[in-house]
Design a protein around this ligand. Structure first.
Ligand code: C5P
Length: 236
């Protein structure tokens, strides 16, 4: 997979998403489509974006019994996006079922499967108190990364801070895709484990996901260019 900056298209509908892309001259850049937009627009949205040459990370974070996830993935595979994902917390059998479903729907294997380890909106305190996971947060991320690899995932979604450890544990070709990207002067919002594009690059991340730092910037195109510059140079 080529390194990419996926713009999180967190908009309520196609009209608003398309207007944002057009007004800011972001036609054809890689995009991440999440639940908000996909639940409103459905698979037709993916075709529209593909017609406009966008490569797509379809971020629906499936988490259900293995049979349901397998069937859902078989269906999603026909959209031929770059990346789809599940929650690793669904367990090894579910991750394996997701991969099987993907290959049934599109035997070329062109759609890669990622597993979300621990959401970047969660910190260690919440993980321990509410989710009741024992051990440190990075150890849990590594555990989920290994489990995902053993069960056929092509990579994980984690924070920049764990990317090095994931590569060490799972090998350099195992993909790391990291949200929680912020410029030095931008707001954290609900994200906890954040980092700059420069840090992401220096930690060996394969691709980054950026949403509000671009979509809520006063000058979105300028914010995109700054992120791209940092990401490509690995220095601020
Ligand atoms: O606006 P921001 O850059 O925080 O956007 C993050 C995007 O990445 C959101 O669309 C969110 O759903 C997604 N995401 C995430 N954490 C994950 C996986 C995806 O924040 N572990």
């Amino acid at each position: 997979m080529n390194p990419a900056i996926y713009l999180a298209l967190d908009f309520p509908d196609w009209f608003k998403a398309n207007a944002f892309l057009t007004e800011n001259e972001l036609a054809g850049i890689p995009v991440k489509v999440g639940m908000e937009l996909f639940y409103r627009e459905g698979p037709a949205l993916i075709e529209k974006l593909q017609k406009n040459n966008h490569s797509i990370f379809l971020d629906l974070k499936l988490h259900d019994i293995p049979t349901t996830v397998k069937r859902a993935m078989r269906s999603l595979a026909q959209l031929e996006v770059d990346l789809v994902n599940v929650h690793a917390l669904g367990g090894g059998d579910m991750i394996q079922a997701a991969k099987e479903g993907l290959l049934l729907g599109n035997p070329s294997g062109s759609t890669k499967l990622l597993a979300v380890t621990i959401l970047t909106s969660m910190d260690q305190k919440t993980m321990k108190r509410e989710v009741k996971l024992t051990g440190d947060l990075p150890d849990n991320v590594i555990h989920f990364a290994k489990l995902s690899k053993q069960n056929g995932a092509d990579g994980v979604v984690c924070s920049v801070h764990e990317a090095n450890l994931v590569k060490k544990a799972c090998g350099s070709s195992f993909l790391t895709v990291t949200p929680g990207i912020r410029l030095t002067n931008s707001q954290d919002n609900d994200q906890k484990r954040i980092a700059t594009p420069t840090t992401a690059k220096n930690h060996g991340v394969d691709s980054i996901v950026v949403g509000r730092t671009i979509t809520q910037a006063t000058h979105p195109r300028q914010a995109y260019e700054q992120i791209k510059g940092e990401w490509e140079d690995g220095k601020a």
